[in-house]
Design a protein around this ligand. Structure first.
Ligand code: S3P
Length: 426
C-alpha cells in the first residue's frame, strides 16, 4: 500500500528508469542477433525481467552486470532452442505479442502464458495474421487468449492492414516477417511507436518505411549484435511532469528522457493545456532522440484530444486525466477504446478511482470527459493491479487534501521501480 499525505513543492533534478518498450526490444533483438550485445540503462521492472526469463528458457545466455546493465549472448535465429517449460510473460503484453512473432518462425513448439490480466487481453490481433503467414497457433477460445501453444514453421510474408494502431502487432509481424519468405508489410490506421523500426535498423536490418503508416521488411535478414543505451521512459516521466505542473511552487528537471516523436504526444498536450515545459534535446542514442525536460507549476485549461494523437500518448491517458481534474473546463478524450484492453480497462479504472477522490469524470464509449477544476479529497483508492493506474492515483494523492492510500501498489514495480522513494526524495 502506498500512502500519500504530506506534499511540498517538487524541486530538483531527477532521472527516470529506462524505457520499457526499448528495454524489451534490446533483450529480444540481442537474443536473436549474432554476437554479444551490451545493454545499458535497462529497466529492471517486472515486465522486462519476464522477457529476460523467457529468452533464457530458449537457451539464450543473458548476464546481469548490474541493476541496469546486461550482456546478451545472441547466437542468431537458429540459436533459439525449444523451451522445456512454459514461457511465462507475467503481466507483459509487449513480451507475449513480440515473442509470438519470434516463435512463429522457429521450428519448435512452445507454450506461452501470463497472469490473470494477460489472460483477458486479446491475442487474436497477432495470432490471426501469424497463422496466415504459416504458424500453427492454438489456445483458449480458438487461440484468442492465453494459454497459447505455438508450433513455428516456414513462414511466407504478407501484407497486413491492422485495424488498430498497435506497435505490439506491428512489431510481432515484422519479427515473423524477418524469418519468412518474401516481404511482410504492416499498415496501421495511425502511426504507433516506432522503436522496432529504429532498433532493427541499428541491428543492421533493412526496414522500409513505405509511407508514414506503412512499414515493410524482407525475409531472410540477420541481426548483428549491437550495444544499446536505453533512454529514460517518457511514460514514467509523465507522472512526475504532471505532478510538478499541478503542485504549487514546483520546478523539476528530468534528464535523459526519450523524445521519440511517436511518444511525445503527452508533451504536446500538456503544452496546449498551458503547461510550462522546456525541452532540451541532447542527442540520439541508437536512433532514439533523447533530451532533458524542465517543468514548472502552471495553471491549466481543458483541451480535446483524439485521432492520430492517441497512439502517441496512449499510456499517459490515466495521468492526463489527473491533470484534467485541475484544468479549467471540459477535457474530452476520444478515440481511445484501446484503453479498455490494457493491463486493466483503463477507461473504467481511471474514472472509478478518480471519482473516489471527488473528481468529476464521465466514461464514454471510447474515452473520458473530465470537468475541472475540481478540488480532490484524499481517501482510499486501488491500482486495479495496473502500474499506471497506481501511479496516476499517487499523483492525484499529491493534490488531494488529507491522506490518500493506493492499494495493490506493488504493481508500480512493473515499469517504475523506486517510484515512491523518488517521490519521497522530491
Ligand atoms: C507497447 C505498445 C503499446 C503500449 C505498451 C507498449 C510496445 O501497446 O501501450 O505499453 O512496447 O510496443 P499496443 O501495441 O497494444 O498499443
Amino acid at each position: 500500500m502506498l500512502q500519500i499525505e504530506e506534499r511540498r513543492d517538487l524541486r530538483g533534478e531527477v532521472r527516470v528508469p529506462g524505457d520499457k518498450s526499448i528495454s524489451h526490444r534490446a533483450v529480444m533483438f540481442g537474443a536473436i542477433a549474432e554476437g554479444r550485445s551490451r545493454v545499458e540503462g535497462f529497466l529492471p521492472g517486472k515486465d522486462c525481467l519476464s522477457t529476460i526469463e523467457c529468452f533464457r528458457r530458449m537457451g539464450v545466455n543473458i548476464h546481469r552486470k548490474g541493476p541496469t546493465s546486461l550482456i546478451v549472448e545472441g547466437r542468431g535465429w537458429e540459436g533459439l532452442q525449444e523451451p522445456k517449460t512454459v514461457l511465462d510473460v507475467g503481466n507483459s503484453g509487449t513480451t507475449i505479442r513480440l515473442m509470438l512473432g519470434v516463435l512463429a518462425g522457429r521450428p519448435f513448439h512452445a507454450t506461452v502464458l501470463g497472469d490473470e490480466s494477460i489472460g483477458r487481453r486479446p491475442m487474436n490481433r497477432v495470432v490471426e495474421p501469424l497463422r496466415l503467414m504459416g504458424a500453427q497457433v492454438d489456445g483458449r477460445s480458438q487461440g484468442s487468449f492465453t494459454p497459447l501453444s505455438v508450433r513455428g514453421g516456414n513462414l511466407t510474408g504478407m501484407i497486413h492492414r491492422s485495424r488498430v494502431a498497435s506497435a505490439q502487432v506491428k512489431s510481432s509481424l515484422l519479427l515473423a516477417g524477418l524469418q519468412g519468405k518474401g516481404v511482410t508489410r504492416v499498415e496501421e490506421p495511425a502511426l504507433s511507436r516506432d522503436h522496432t523500426e529504429r532498433m532493427l535498423g541499428a541491428f543492421g536490418v533493412k526496414v522500409d518505411r513505405d509511407s508514414p503508416r506503412s512499414v515493410s521488411v524482407a525475409g531472410g535478414q540477420v541481426l548483428q549484435a549491437r550495444d544499446v543505451r536505453v533512454p529514460g521512459d517518457i511514460s514514467s516521466a509523465a507522472f512526475l511532469l504532471v505532478a510538478a505542473l499541478l503542485v504549487p511552487g514546483s520546478r523539476l528537471t528530468i534528464r535523459g528522457v526519450g523524445l521519440n516523436p511517436t511518444r511525445t504526444g503527452i508533451l504536446d498536450v500538456l503544452r496546449r493545456m498551458g503547461g510550462e515545459l522546456e525541452i532540451h534535446p541532447t542527442g540520439e542514442w541508437n536512433g532514439e532522440p533523447v533530451g532533458d525536460i524542465t517543468v514548472s507549476h502552471s495553471s491549466l485549461t481543458a483541451v480535446e484530444i483524439g485521432g492520430e494523437l492517441i497512439p502517441r500518448l496512449i499510456d499517459e491517458i490515466p495521468v492526463l486525466a489527473v491533470a484534467a481534474t485541475q484544468a479549467a473546463g471540459h477535457t474530452v478524450i476520444r478515440d481511445a477504446a484501446e484503453l479498455k484492453v490494457k493491463e486493466t480497462n483503463r477507461i473504467a479504472a481511471t474514472a472509478q478511482e478518480l471519482r473516489k477522490l471527488g473528481a468529476r469524470v464521465e466514461e464514454t464509449e471510447d474515452g473520458l470527459v473530465i470537468e475541472g477544476k475540481t478540488p480532490l479529497t484524499g481517501g482510499p483508492c486501488d491500482s486495479h493491479g495496473d502500474h499506471r493506474i497506481g501511479m496516476a492515483m499517487a499523483v492525484a494523492g499529491l493534490l488531494a487534501t488529507g491522506r490518500t492510500t493506493v492499494t495493490q501498489a506493488e504493481a508500480i514495480g512493473i515499469s517504475f521501480p523506486g517510484f515512491s522513494t523518488l517521490l519521497e526524495e522530491l
